[in-house]
Write a protein that binds this ligand. Structure first.
Ligand code: SF4
Length: 505
């Protein structure tokens, strides 16, 4: 379809807008926490800046909870962090420790009730939980808690965690956390605020990222290292799979709640979700993307005059492809960044007109040329199809699609919004058939081995400063974890933990 015709057809436009919105996997959430040792300081303003830096992980709602004098106050709302947290609202959040959350709904509907952090106030204290991930046994745990008389205010699986911790709290924080964490299954990166501590925890496979940073007089927990950089902190290290870190005024305590850990961080973090200036589990995201482009060039080079990336996440791989094949790299496509939210709000009626202004072609760059178009992934294919059409209508002689992730053929069960398997365009379709259906002259994906190679070859040393107690005694040693490995479930159908309905039909 020539996209220019769609502007006059509101029904088609609405449909296309929706499918474009759903044409990428979407990260579910980002978490951020700050703990200052000085009780006179306020953590919420820093958490706000952290959330702004994690906004790419969720644009539907945002929230911050802060604790002062053993009282947790929480403010949350629908929309972007910058819209919700006016100076007036931020000034209501007092206290030296705070956690924040940005959300894109997958589990639970898009309502303020499901916005995080979730706060529970009970006889022994109060806690606030910010969760990134999805519990695979949330229904079972919710039923057990409801049978025990515990009420829920939302449909979110994250509320299960807060209620479970609250239920176990009489055993003490450490025991409550370990009991809770042993009970829940699935993916979780948690930032938990109690009356006097900030706690981080990562599931035994480390599917969703979480890292630790240091500030002058304080500590940070963040989904991505880019947010630590943004608040002037120093990246310390990733929270290990199966690790809990408790930060309070006396100490920073780290312990492992699970002996059986097999690291399986989501490979899609490196392909698309994470910001390129982040480092996750010692792998530099930008470097991995460039390397994936180089490998793609080695695996499936084509004669061409220009290589361009689908902005923004296709750009590093296009640079890599250009380096590996000697194809000149150019810009080619411009993305309007200021309408991003229009595309990601899951359920609103204001998106109709935005689709046609999301991408445009620099005609002088592509006219008369054989173009290689690099995309990070193909989910439904609608974006690629449209880009091929506008490149050709701008005068490109040939358009060859190269994709720096393997075909997405299976759904994700670990906190990522995915369409039904039948709607994944690579499911049951060969690359050449798919290329034809998208109007391209050829199409090739990176192999699974190639993707893994891109992640194994750009190891980042990190700053593995050990954490210790405040007295400067021997620090808690950091175990050398098991070898780096990845979740590749949506590419291979093999998941790091059992899921129900693995075929995803
Ligand atoms: S299935 Fe695994 S690799 Fe794919 S998006 Fe989910 S967590 Fe990431």
């Amino acid at each position: 379809m020539n996209s220019n015709t769609a502007i006059h057809d509101d029904d088609k436009l609405q449909h296309e807008t929706w499918t474009l919105e759903a044409d990428k996997f979407h990260e579910e959430c980002g978490v951020f926490g700050v703990f200052f040792e000085d009780p006179a300081r306020d953590a919420a303003p820093l958490v706000y800046y952290g959330l702004l830096s994690l906004q790419h992980r969720g644009q539907e709602s945002a929230g911050i909870a802060a604790v002062k004098d053993k009282t947790i106050e929480c403010r949350k709302g629908m929309g972007l962090a910058g819209e919700i947290f006016t100076p007036d609202i931020l000034s209501q959040l007092k206290g030296a420790a705070a956690v924040g959350h940005v959300r894109y709904s997958t589990f639970g509907s898009s309502t303020i009730e499901n916005a995080q952090p979730f706060v529970s106030r009970f006889k022994l204290g109060s806690i606030a939980v910010a969760h990134n991930g999805t519990l695979t046994n949330a229904d079972v745990v919710r039923e057990l808690l409801e049978d025990a008389g515990i009420g829920f205010t939302s449909s979110s699986d994250s509320e299960v965690i807060v209620n479970l911790i609250a239920k176990n709290y009489k055993k003490g924080l450490e025991k409550a956390l370990t009991d809770t964490i042993k009970f829940i299954k699935g993916s979780y990166a948690l930032a938990v605020l109690t009356d006097d501590a900030l706690v981080g925890a990562r599931d035994p496979n480390g599917i969703r990222p979480l890292c630790l940073g240091k500030l002058s007089g304080g500590w940070i927990l963040a989904s991505e290292s880019c947010a630590i950089d943004a608040v002037g902190g120093e990246f310390v290290r990733d929270v290990e799979p199966g690790e809990v870190i408790i930060i309070n005024r006396d100490q920073v305590l780290s312990f492992s709640f699970s002996e059986k850990t097999r690291r399986a961080v989501c490979a899609f973090e490196y392909v698309y979700f994470a910001r390129p200036d982040s480092v996750i589990d010692q792998v530099d995201v930008y470097g991995a993307r460039v390397r994936a482009g180089e490998i793609l060039g080695r695996e499936s080079a084509v004669q061409a005059d220009l290589v361009i990336g689908v902005p923004d996440s296709g750009t590093p791989a296009a640079i890599g492809y250009g380096r590996a094949t000697g194809t000149p790299f150019g810009m080619g496509i411009v993305k309007n960044k200021y309408i991003a939210r229009t595309f990601i709000s899951p359920d609103q009626g204001k998106r109709e007109k935005a689709v046609l202004v999301k991408h445009n072609v620099i005609k002088s760059e592509v006219r008369g040329k054989r173009v290689v178009l690099i995309d990070d992934s193909i989910v439904r294919g609608t974006t690629c199809k449209r880009l091929v059409a506008i490149l050709k209508s701008a005068g490109a002689k040939e358009v060859h699609i190269r994709v720096c992730s393997p075909p997405v053929q299976y759904p994700c069960y670990f906190g990522i919004d995915t369409p039904h398997r039948k709607d994944l365009i690579s499911n049951g379709t060969s690359a050449s058939e798919l290329g034809k259906s998208l109007g391209a002259d050829s199409l090739a994906f990176i192999s699974v081995e190639g993707l893994l190679e891109s992640l194994e070859t750009v190891g980042f040393p990190g700053v593995l400063d050990a954490i210790g107690d405040k007295s400067g005694d021997a620090p808690v040693s950091i175990k050398a974890g098991p070898g780096r490995s990845y979740c590749l479930g949506c590419f291979t159908g093999e998941y790091p933990i059992p899921v129900s309905g693995e075929t995803g039909e």
